[in-house]
Write a new protein. Sequence first.
Length: 108
Amino acid sequence: MKAAEVEEKCAQYFAACKEEKRLPTVPGLALALGLEGRRQLEELAQKEGRVARELRRGLSQVEEANIQAAYKRDSGTSARFILQNGFGYSEKAEGLGAGTIHVRVTEE
């Protein structure tokens, strides 16, 4: 698979999700790319090179869409669940230096 092909297939997948008014998912993206499932997609995304960068970008787009949808539906509970279970976020500050992160949630 070439980077341009990955980019095109990702764009088609996200456009189809938007048209069908459904949220993109990691397994859905994997299948759209012709992969076996999320595990294979995540393994390929860990490699080096342009293809891996495009895969990581696609994964980030799925993450962003789901986070935004969770915040629109419920300001806390479902967003926390999706972040922790779907994308590995934690309530613990692991590896972070002292500092403040400001998050602003807005409604459209």
